[in-house]
Write a protein that binds this ligand. Sequence first.
Ligand code: NDP
Ligand code: MG
Length: 390
Amino acid sequence: MKNVVILGSTGSIGANALLAMKKLGPGWRVLGLTVNSNLLALRRQVREFRPACVAVFDYAAWKEFSADVPRGVRLLPPGVEGLAEMASLAEADIVLSAVTGAVGLAPLLAAIRASKHIALANKEPMIMAGALLMQEARRWQAALIPVDSEPSAIFQCLAGVKPGEYDQAVSRVFLTASGGPFYSVKKSLAAVTPAQALKHPRWNMGPKISVDSATLMNKGLEAIEIQNLFSLPISKIQVLIHPQSVIHSGVEFNDGSVLAQLSLPDMKLPIQYALTWPRRVRSLVHPLDLIKLSRLDFFKPDFHRFPCLELAFCAARKGGLYPAALNAANEVAVQLFLDGALKFTDIPRVVERVLAACGPVSKLTLAGAVEADSWARQKASGISEYVKKR
Ligand code: NDP
Ligand code: MG
């Protein structure tokens, strides 16, 4: 029996994970679920999956839930404390981290220090402090298995290479991107509305990552995640626009051989693989019909039209606390765009100004990353006020 905890169970990844677990069958038990504030969906999930533990992050929602906790369910404390406790429950075999944003850092650390098998969707902590989290994972012998389709593809291509030898074995990583909803739009993107940005051509995802996919910041964040997960220099990561989203990424080895992972674009597959790893079992995803597909296209990305991609690579090259600042500034700017307070094209402007205000590159520490995160959030809010008025 595998006991699974899902952090962020009401999100797009969380809901797909529950579907995948139903398919996996009776050997798989939902031990714990966490949400921010969506109590309606949480109560539905509790009725269906009967978890032993539940955590609600938002204090007002937690109070409301605590007044009527379903029988047999233990409610953990609100806020990050409950998430971290859930992530390190002694009975948990697997922790799926699928919350959005930097809030996932503390629960991820807790899961690592409890030596869990971690299925990692929540990419933001890996941008903030990925190299340190990998160090901690080695120290505590926690398995960090990527869920995001591109890092998952690379992880699958690297099976058989010793983790300490990735850099020696790999000459290039091909990081594919669908291009998002605006890649072939020729006119200015200044008037793009949140509703338009949320309509992704290939994937159905939560609001933050959908906007990141539209600005191509998501690809930049993935490049940094891959740099950290596999200890590879950023210069080896090449982004390719691949509109069909069938090749989820690939690796060129130093002998010239290229391995890539292909499947129809459906997150249930990488989610399931991260849960069942190192085993492969039948999934809910339809097999690939290569004859019907007939062609695969690739283009160079336009760093000029999508400046977020350039900003992320620039932060990755600088290193230190720059990626943490980039991530925090982006989280603030994306939320303001979703709230209607910033234009789509203001997102890179805010991030660029926050990065320009960063001091000299300082060494990455966990405390430093948390500090850089809160500094960049404050700075981004201030800069947004100024950008809004123009
Ligand atoms: P969603 O917005 O759909 O879901 C987020 C989940 O986290 C919800 O359960 C939400 O609860 C919870 N949550 C949000 N904010 C907080 C908070 N402050 N504290 C605690 N819980 C919180 O996101 P996605 O599922 O799309 O993405 C989750 C993560 O996975 C992100 O980091 C994203 O980058 C990554 N990812 C997602 C992919 C996708 O296909 N969706 C693909 C690859 C990576 P509530 O419902 O109560 O708000
Ligand atoms: Mg992805």
